[in-house]
Design a protein. Structure first.
Length: 415
């Protein structure tokens, strides 16, 4: 098919993004939209309304994932999916996730308007709770769709107020068995997510589109160091079993492991160091460290985790402290599909957009969709690389470029 004459009408999408941002638990322009909050439900209703206006057939599952389908001429074959999320962390901006949802919808409308009829259906997906704000676990909806989070574990999830996922989703009107949320591989022929970069590269280099080749995934290891406390003055240095001094060695060991892993894509961070009792004149007796270790290569990432484990054993023996570790999660990284990548590249070329191949260092719903479908992702720039803040910004031109390339790619893959 030809997509010359593809008319974007970007002003309309910007107006819709602005309207969506007004549906917030915080005072606009600050966006706070925690899953199953009143704002989340109103935002869903707004987006569903737009999808219905575009003639899409809307369905949903038991955890609130929403599917808006543009029926193809062969409705029985697997659709091409696109989409993202509309939930937002507290004090967020209006582009993260929403660009992929409203941009995906606009890509569909653009194709409709030019008279294109897809062979495969094209399905816009709005995932539930990409952000971990409420239940402490990211990508809840896509994780359950991919079968990575079991219904049994999902039933144990609670928010800070102690309300369960079961209680909250039911109150929000999402009923039915959680068992029905997971989908089989093949349900989607392919899946593509449009997203802001959330980093500075594209803007700095003046590039329109980032073609994602791989999505890094975090592993999280919790470390508990237990030593012996005591009076900071009375207890002399020989024979001390200071839990924080031991933890300090582990923090540096993790940094060394990531730096010496041999690839720029390996990163490791200790973001939480909880010291007990936390008094200036008391030797720390207990320390909890929470680590985040990411890579696009699972083997290399697991190598860092092993190195950390060996450091724990060595420090424990040398300092006489007890160290226990718990692997909190370890999602596998994803590699993007070569055919989708080619289609995106073709589309960027024919739309005369500049592009570069890059790694997604943040994770997205596409990471979990990759378990059950070939996936692709395209990034657009965001000003200063700023995200998860009210001053997050992507220009209409950047958004327009993303929608343009997405529309061409969807058309190519659905033909
Ligand atoms: Zn996002």
């Amino acid at each position: 098919m030809t997509t010359t004459g593809l008319s974007l009408e970007i002003e309309g999408v910007i107006a819709e993004l602005q309207a969506l941002s007004q549906i917030s638990e915080a005072e606009p322009p600050v966006v706070t939209r925690v899953v199953f909050s009143d704002a989340d439900l109103r935002a869903r209703a707004y987006v569903k309304g737009l999808c219905a206006d575009a003639g899409l057939k809307i369905t949903g599952d038991a955890v609130g994932n929403t599917f808006a389908r543009w029926e193809g001429s062969e409705p029985d074959i697997a659709p091409v999916g696109t989409g993202s999320h509309i939930d937002a962390i507290p004090n967020a901006g209006l582009y993260d996730g929403c660009v992929g949802v409203l941009g995906g919808l606009q890509a569909i409308r653009v194709l409709q308007k030019m008279g294109y009829r897809p062979r495969r259906s094209i399905e816009l997906v709005i995932f539930t709770a990409e952000e971990p704000t409420r239940f402490g676990i990211g990508c809840l909806g896509s994780r359950m769709m991919a079968g990575v989070l079991s219904p049994a574990r999902a039933r144990t999830l609670r928010d800070k107020e102690g309300r369960t996922l079961e209680e909250l989703r039911t109150a929000a009107g999402f009923t039915g068995e959680l068992e029905s949320v997971s989908i089989r591989p093949g349900r989607f022929d392919k899946f593509i997510e449009l997203h802001i970069e959330q980093g500075p590269t594209l803007e700095q280099e003046g590039i329109d589109i980032g073609l994602v080749i791989a999505i890094a995934a975090p592993a999280s290891v919790r470390i508990l160091v237990e030593g012996e406390g005591g009076h900071a003055g009375a207890r002399l240095m020989p024979g001390r079993r200071d839990a924080l001094a031991a933890a300090a060695e582990l923090i540096l060991a993790l940094e060394t492991a990531a730096k010496s892993a041999g690839a720029i894509d390996t990163v490791a961070t200790v973001g939480i160091c909880d010291v007990f009792p936390g008094a200036v004149n008391s030797i720390p007796s207990r320390v909890r460290l929470e680590t985040d270790i990411r890579d696009i290569d699972a083997t290399r990432r697991d190598g860092v985790i092993e190195f950390l484990g060996a450091a724990c054993a060595a420090v424990s023996a040398r300092r006489g402290v007890s160290i226990t570790t718990e692997l909190v999660n370890a999602d596998p990284p994803a590699t993007c599909d070569a055919e989708i990548l080619n289609a995106l590249e073709d589309s960027a070329k024919s739309a005369s957009k500049t592009y570069k191949k890059m790694v997604s260092r943040a994770y997205h719903d596409a990471l979990f969709m990759a378990r059950i479908a070939p996936v692709g992702m395209l990034f657009i720039p965001c000003r200063g690389g700023v995200s998860h803040r009210p001053d997050e910004y992507a220009s209409p031109e950047w958004i327009g470029s993303g929608i343009h390339v997405l529309a061409r790619t969807l058309a190519q893959l659905a033909s």
